[in-house]
Design a protein around this ligand. Structure first.
Ligand SMILES: [Zn+2]
Length: 181
């Protein structure tokens, strides 16, 4: 295990409190909410952004990253070494799957651009955590504290943690489709 500076500072162990959710879940939920506001991209963005924190509050599983960490007190650096590139590729793949699913599921109900804005807004708080780890200043510092406060400290194991996400996303898709009619 690599040395972890957060241990030295007495922070919560990283495995317990790594503040990441699978981005696909955030994108699908953001897209679902956006589909309720086809004529109102601002509301779609706001709904997606707020939904991120509601989802994070639910205990869940997330995939391990080798190098990038947004754990409390961790600073990232932008050196393009192999582990960072692999992490970035995994995150980009996750985000693309989420966007594709959101567009595929909801573009019949709202313009593609609105769905994409909702989905991106749903994922956005996690990359903002990474930006904060590079530049720990306001207003991101306040957002980061809130993100940490609301994020579930219980990490579920595979596969229960991932089925909880699929079930949760399915419930949101079902409820939003019921709300549209
Ligand atoms: Zn998050």
């Amino acid at each position: 295990m690599p040395p972890d500076s957060s241990h030295a500072k007495g922070y919560v162990r990283e495995e317990v409190a790594k503040p990441e959710m699978i981005l696909t879940t955030h994108a699908v939920v953001g897209g679902a909410l956006a589909s309720l506001f086809p004529a109102n991209p601002i509301v779609a963005i706001a709904a997606g952004f707020v939904s991120h924190f509601a989802i994070d509050a639910i205990p869940h599983w997330d995939y391990p990253l080798q190098s990038i960490s947004v754990a409390k007190g961790r600073r990232n650096h932008l050196k393009w070494e192999r582990p960072i590139v692999q992490d970035a590729a995994l995150i980009a793949f996750d985000a693309c799957v989420g966007l594709a699913l959101a567009v595929g599921l909801f573009s019949a109900h709202a313009p593609v651009v609105v769905i994409m804005l909702g989905a991106i807004a749903g994922m956005l708080p996690d990359p903002l955590q990474f930006v904060h780890s590079l530049h720990p200043h306001e207003p991101l510092a306040t957002l980061q504290r809130f993100h940490w406060w609301i994020h579930s400290k219980r990490k579920l194991d595979w596969p229960i943690g991932i089925s909880s996400q699929v079930i949760f996303a399915a419930i949101v898709v079902w409820v939003t489709s019921a709300l549209r009619y």
